[in-house]
Design a protein around this ligand. Structure first.
Ligand code: PEP
Ligand code: MG
Length: 887
């Protein structure tokens, strides 16, 4: 029979898949001899079995009973014992952290009789009755779906009746009445009494945690974070310890380094006389850890030493939940902590300096997504007005948007918005995803808003206490200024400042560093970026080239570390004033007219290439011959038809427009992306490709004559059959033969039609290199138009989970990726020294870069701005060091 339950003494930190992150880490801390309350973990396997069959797996509860006995022995108490009850917490915990998305139930074991035992044993009646009412509320809501508002209104009535400002002031008699009222609410909604058998409470709680895996918000969060939907959650059952036992008790969260900046030193929030949920919910404002040092120096010292041991064990920043019960410290949770992108770089470099990890490992502690985040712009504060207020800088970035006061409005908005809430809870997730930034008036860096925003890389300012938010009136008042829904705010997640209106943004320091404008000396972040990028460049096997069409773009790409141009799209060179020349080419009636048009285009093309080769001197520049359908260079059919009709109606001669209209009609295609473009166009319009080849060669000759080192390559788009390429190749070679003083120019092809991938073995006979055009390859493999479908149905497909991410963003490894693998294999079988790269958008996408590394490509090519991200990911892909679990 499968084993479904592990005592904390049985597991370890490497069993995350089976025990969930929380369970594995509780086990690890138990093994380390840290003060963890006794308990056990029910495996994710049990959850999966439950979700599959809708029934508790056979033998599970018997196993739970056995492990419960052990906990009871260690604590010297029985679950729900009327004299001296053991109470339990039941918490979810999957392989990946999903803050607040699933359920937790505390105080299991309290009943009408054991509440009295707890009161007697603790000598604190208030505490016992308050715990009981918390249990009924949490249990009712979580296990039976009783609306939370029904309990809240009873609580509010009790407060009003007792004239109490807060729950903490409710006297015992009122709490006892409240328990009775809660039990009535429970009965009314469930048709049954609140369970008085402690074991029944426990079993019901366990199954409701299983079910919470599929709660709507949890499913949404996983989709957003790309966590697989089929992992299931583990359930941790642990003896309760209490932070709400008076002023010598409390609860807190702590980080071993600052998760916002990476600065060394313990960092955290503490709330005295409270339960853990109060901190995370951000309901009361916390104090810093430093104040704990004054309140309870012994526990503080103990905590610091535990934190140090945890860092040593995990070799990374850890975050911790702890409780102090009457002066005794208990560890309730730890994990490798989430951090901002900047902190990730700084901490990785620090850990290398401290001798804790190697540079290879450091590369696994950062990601291309984080680097991309650091390359976002921030506010130009010199142009900012006086801030309205300052809150806690919880998640960095610069966000500008119109105020919305609830998640639904944020999710529905078609313009950038800032979600403004007193605090957030997991139900706000859709709005948080949709908003540019999140602003709350309550809670610290570890409140729900802060943790979730940081995880998403979203700007967040929280705990801005001066804000008076009136959700009903949809206003927020701050120091006399009243703002309404729709008013624009700017949030600076790095400083916590909140500005009225739209503040101009300025470039990121990391970008300025790549541009060579800022030195990394004396800046920990830039120094860390430099260090890790240098190492990534050192270890990566993949080259990183850029898609650049102009000299300035190529120059920037080069500053960003590109090793060449992987794609120069020549079509932009036919736009603007040159359009008329193209029109002449298209409309030419005879060779003389066509040749004249081509001759006029030639010097312009040549000048473009000279500029490009100069910017990339000494590095390869892959020039793609013209690709889009020619009619794109003519006026739109509708506009032209209207012009001609207007002229005719007025009795005027439409002149040249009439000629154009005939041409446009002749060339009109229903599916231009699948029509006369790429190599097909080159084979149909005489002289067009030859002119481009000549321009490339003459530009190279000019650069050689000027002492340069041009390295052009010629790339033919949209090839599907080797014969197409052979024909173009023959024509190109004859042009090249006639030009003196040029370097050898390689001729290759794009692979962007599925047939090209499948016949790559033949195509490689005529191609010295391949470059995957994964934009077209994705479009043609799936059979959907890259121009139309993202708006038409991708949203629905993402919501249904058919796509985890758009296949135009991250390579579809199972389908399009399979064609890539086939083409690489067949191409290299024909020509072992075939160079293979990719120049579709996927070339700069972190997950895709890792795929291309594994597929054995030689280089990726992407937009200049994404070059650093691709370099970093290529380095990460090449390192085989153990992966981090800082996700
Ligand atoms: C591609 O198809 O991936 C590609 C790079 O070409 P384009 O986007 O210009 O069609
Ligand atoms: Mg293409």
């Amino acid at each position: 029979m499968a084993r479904y339950v592990y005592d904390f003494t049985d597991g370890n930190k490497d069993l995350k898949e089976l025990l969930g992150g929380k369970g594995a880490n509780l086990a690890e801390m138990t093994r380390m001899g840290l003060p963890v309350p006794p308990g056990f973990t029910i495996t994710t396997e049990a959850c999966r079995a439950y979700l599959r069959t809708r029934a508790v797996p056979a033998g599970l509860f018997a196993e739970v009973q056995e492990h419960l006995l052990l906990v009871e022995m260690r604590m010297g108490k029985g679950l729900g014992d009327p004299q001296d009850p053991l109470l339990l917490s039941v918490r979810s915990g999957g392989k990946f952290s999903m803050p607040g998305m699933m359920e937790t139930i505390l105080d299991i074991g309290l009943t009408d009789s054991s509440v009295r035992g707890l009161a007697a044993q603790s000598g604190d009646e208030r505490f016992a009755w308050d715990s009981y009412r918390r249990l009924i509320q949490m249990f009712g809501r979580t296990v039976f779906g009783v609306p939370g508002a029904d309990f809240e209104s009873e609580l509010a009535a009790a407060r009003a009746g007792a004239g109490a400002e807060s729950d903490a002031e409710l006297p015992v008699a009122q709490l006892q009445d409240l328990v009775e009222a809660y039990k009535k609410v429970f009965l009314a909604h469930t048709g049954r009494d609140f369970p008085q058998a402690p074991h029944e409470q426990l079993f019901l709680a366990i199954t409701s945690v299983f079910r919470s895996w599929n709660a709507e918000r949890a499913v949404l969060y996983r989709r957003q974070e790309r966590i697989p939907q089929d992992l299931g959650t583990a359930v941790n059952v642990m003896a309760m310890v209490f932070g709400n036992r008076g002023p010598d008790s409390g609860t807190g969260v702590a980080f071993t380094r600052d998760p916002a900046t990476g600065r060394r030193g313990a960092y955290g929030d503490y709330l005295s006389n409270a339960q853990g949920e109060d901190v995370v919910a951000g309901i009361r404002n916390t104090v810093g850890l430093r104040e704990l040092a004054e309140l309870d120096p012994r526990s503080y010292r103990r905590l610091l030493s535990v934190m140090e041991r945890l860092e040593q064990r995990y070799r990374d920043l850890c975050d911790i939940e702890f409780t102090i019960e009457r002066g005794k410290l208990w560890m309730l949770q730890t994990r490798v902590g989430k951090r901002t992108a900047a902190a990730a770089f700084v901490i990785a470099a620090q850990l290398v300096d401290e001798g804790t990890i190697t540079l290879d490992e450091a590369l696994q502690r950062v990601s291309g997504e984080q680097l991309a985040h650091l390359m976002f712009p921030s506010f130009d504060t010199s142009a900012a007005p006086a801030p309205l207020t300052t809150g806690v800088p919880a998640s960095p970035g610069a966000a500008v948007g119109a105020i919305v006061f609830d998640s639904a409005h944020a999710a529905a908005a078609d313009h950038p918005v800032i979600l403004v809430r007193p605090e957030t809870n997991p139900d706000d997730l859709p709005g948080m995803i949709a908003a540019q930034g999140i602003l709350t008036s309550r809670g610290g860096k570890t409140s729900h808003a802060a943790v979730v925003a940081r995880g998403m890389g979203k700007t967040c300012v929280c705990g801005a206490e001066e804000l008076r938010i009136d959700l009903a009136a949809e206003t927020v008042t701050v120091n006399g200024t009243v703002l309404h829904a729709g008013d624009v705010l700017s949030l600076d997640g790095t400083t916590g400042r909140v500005y009225p209106g739209a503040v101009p943004v300025h470039p990121s320091p990391v970008v300025r560093y790549f541009e060579g404008e800022l030195s990394p000396a004396n800046d920990p972040l830039l120094a860390a970026v430099q260090r890790l990028m240098t190492h990534a460049d050192h270890v990566r096997r993949l080259g990183v080239h850029a898609n650049a069409d102009t000299g300035p773009d190529a120059a920037r790409a080069r500053r960003f570390g590109a090793g060449g141009v992987g794609l120069c799209r020549t079509e932009h060179m036919f736009l603007g004033e040159r359009r008329e020349l193209v029109e002449r080419l298209i409309l030419a009636d005879d060779d003389t007219e066509r040749d004249a048009a081509l001759a006029a285009l030639l010097p312009l093309q040549r000048a473009d290439f000279v500029e490009l080769f100069e910017a990339m001197d000494g590095l390869p520049v892959t020039v793609r011959l013209i690709d889009p359908p020619l009619h794109e260079f003519l006026p739109a059919l509708e506009e032209l038809t209207a012009r001609v009709a207007r002229a005719e109606a007025l009795g005027r001669d439409p002149g040249r427009d009439a000629v154009l209209l005939t041409a446009v009609r002749r060339m009109h295609e229903a599916n231009p992306m699948l029509g006369l473009r790429g190599v097909r166009l080159g084979l149909v319009v005489p002289g067009l490709f030859a002119m481009q080849v000549r321009a490339i060669a003459e530009a190279a000759a000019l650069r050689v004559a000027a002492g340069g080192d041009p390295r052009p390559e010629i790339m033919v788009p949209l090839v599907g059959a080797v014969q197409e390429l052979e024909t173009v190749r023959a024509e190109a070679e004859s042009v090249l033969h006639g030009i003196d003083g040029i370097p050898r120019i390689r001729i290759g092809t794009m692979i962007e039609v599925p047939r090209a991938a499948l016949t790559a073995g033949e195509i490689a006979h005529a191609a010295e290199f391949f470059s995957f055009g994964t934009n077209d390859l994705t479009q043609m493999t799936w059979g959907f138009s890259r121009d139309d479908v993202e708006g038409a149905f991708f949203g629905r497909y993402l919501a249904l989970g058919i796509f985890a991410v758009s296949p135009f963003e991250t390579i579809d490894s199972g389908g399009v990726g399979e064609l890539v693998r086939i083409a690489v294999e067949r191409g290299r079988a024909t020509r072992p020294d075939l160079t293979v790269g990719v120049c579709g958008e996927h070339g700069g996408d972190p997950a895709s870069v890792r795929f291309f590394h594994r597929a054995g490509l030689d280089y990726v090519s992407c937009s200049p701005f994404r070059v650093p991200v691709a370099r970093l990911e290529a380095g990460r892909a090449a390192c085989t060091a153990s992966t981090s679990d800082s996700r």
